[in-house]
Design a protein around this ligand. Structure first.
Ligand SMILES: Cc1cc2nc3c(=O)[nH]c(=O)nc-3n(C[C@H](O)[C@H](O)[C@H](O)COP(=O)(O)OP(=O)(O)OC[C@H]3O[C@@H](n4cnc5c(N)ncnc54)[C@H](O)[C@@H]3O)c2cc1C
Length: 412
């Protein structure tokens, strides 16, 4: 079987990419390992999705449904229960190997869209010592148990991590009847959006403890208690500050990592700051014909932007391969990262969508984008928080010198 494009991952990024590629005239195969399309949105039953795109507060499944319906109007072929295990490069394109109900299958294509989302950091990833007892879950696993399977992961729950997923799970587990004894955060400031701190913790009297982390778990077969320690400014536990909290469930919401095993197999260079691929403004990686979008590219805070990058990848891969001239986008000042990291100066440079995050909580900052010595974009921000991703649209169309591009965030 040969397709113009194979999209790997049927979450919001993959759905958007497949729809756009098909609308652009490409023959498309969308491969998804789970039984249904929608990605992680299937289990995100709270509202708040789609405010930017639809001007409505949708639940995750409602948001996904709008794209799944649109997909049904296209010629995209969908292969569910299909896990991509290998991707290889050939002279005339790529070969994708996937395991599905028919066995081990393969398909060829001219371009690939990587839309594989994120995986969650686990207990091993953050070095929590102690017994290997039941009752320690990642937030995604706990969310899946409660929202999809209708099973409670515990009754007395400690949550580690104050990002949005941890906050949303604190509220969700409380609404389902569990006692959330506290949300613990190693950083001195909460990691989630301010509105989620209010709506998920304050409104439900759930305490938030900052500069503290879980250092050990105890339990014979089931979790019985956790050891909590204060941490120093480098987030190292301070000996002698240990406290013990009785609980039967520890939920870890300690970060997402873009899923890029397949990208690595293909030799796609990854940006150590985003853990996703280096891409140009069209979401094409450093390797021609391989695109990355959504959370596989960088961790997004709004699904609306996940869909946006999927659409960018889909519409450009449908246009086929062309000669590129890539110029690196340099960053300076207090930026955690900028996506895209490159500009293809032979492609359309007039409405380049750029996403960035500040490296720390900042006030009174100016973002400046320069082409050569000329400022092509500038914006002042009153306040910037690392959990909140920012988006700007930059017009490089009239710039005279595109040989050097810099993005700087500095005091205004
Ligand atoms: C646990 C968790 C909870 C979240 N909760 C929220 C929330 O409450 N609110 C919010 O705004 N955002 C939330 N997010 C962020 C959310 O992931 C994004 O908004 C959005 O769903 C990302 O879309 P995506 O398509 O990039 O990735 P996903 O939605 O993760 O979709 C990726 C898809 O790729 C498939 N896939 C991966 N590898 C393979 C493979 N090798 N072969 C075949 N298929 C593969 C997966 O099965 C999955 O369906 C959460 C993320 C996680 C991980």
């Amino acid at each position: 079987m040969r397709y113009d494009t194979i999209v790997i991952g049927g979450g919001p990024a993959g759905l958007a990419a497949a729809i756009k590629a098909s609308e652009g005239g490409a023959s498309v195969l969308l491969i998804e390992r789970e039984a249904r399309l929608g990605g992680i949105l299937k289990q995100c039953i709270h509202d708040g999705f789609g405010v930017v795109r639809f001007g409505e507060k949708l639940a995750g499944p409602e948001y996904a449904e709008r794209f799944i319906r649109k997909l049904a109007d296209t010629n995209v072929q969908v292969s569910l229960f299909s896990f991509v295990t290998r991707t290889e490069r050939r002279a005339d394109g790529y070969v994708i190997t996937y395991v599905c109900r028919e066995g081990v299958c393969s398909a060829e294509c001219g371009s690939i869209v990587l839309a594989t989302g994120c995986r969650e950091r686990t207990r091993n990833g953050i070095y929590i010592h102690g017994d290997r007892c039941a009752g320690v879950y990642t937030a995604g696993a706990a969310q899946n148990l409660v929202n999809i399977l209708g099973v409670m992961p515990g009754k007395r729950i400690v949550i580690l991590g104050s990002g949005d997923i941890g906050l949303i799970m604190a509220r969700r587990l409380t609404l389902e009847g569990a006692k959330v004894v506290g949300v613990y955060e190693a950083k001195p400031t909460p990691s989630g959006l301010t509105r989620n701190i209010h709506q998920c913790l304050h409104d439900f009297d759930i305490p938030l403890y900052l500069s503290r982390t879980v250092t050990k778990v105890y339990g014979h077969e089931r979790l019985e208690r956790v050891e909590i320690s204060d941490v120093d400014e480098r987030m190292r536990p301070i000996p002698g500050t240990e406290q013990y909290v009785d609980c039967d469930c520890l939920v870890l919401a300690v970060g997402l990592i873009p899923e890029n095993e397949l990208a690595s197999d293909l030799g796609v260079p990854l940006d150590p700051r985003t853990k996703g691929a280096y891409v140009d403004q069209n979401c094409e990686t450093r390797i021609d014909g391989i695109y990355a979008c959504g959370n596989a590219l960088h961790v997004n805070d709004l699904v609306d932007y996940v869909s946006e990058s999927g659409e960018t990848a889909g519409s450009h891969c449908a246009a086929g391969t062309r000669e590129r001239e890539l110029v690196s986008i340099e960053t300076a000042g207090k930026l955690l990262y900028v996506v895209p990291q490159m500009l293809d100066v032979r492609s359309d440079v007039s409405g380049v969508v750029m996403y960035f995050r500040a490296s720390e909580e900042l006030t009174g900052q100016r973002l400046t984008v320069k082409a050569g010595n000329e400022t092509v974009y500038s914006k002042v921000y009153g306040k910037l928080l690392p959990p909140e991703m920012e988006r700007v649209v930059v017009d490089f169309g009239k710039a005279k010198d595109l040989s050097r591009i810099t993005v700087t965030l500095e005091d205004k």
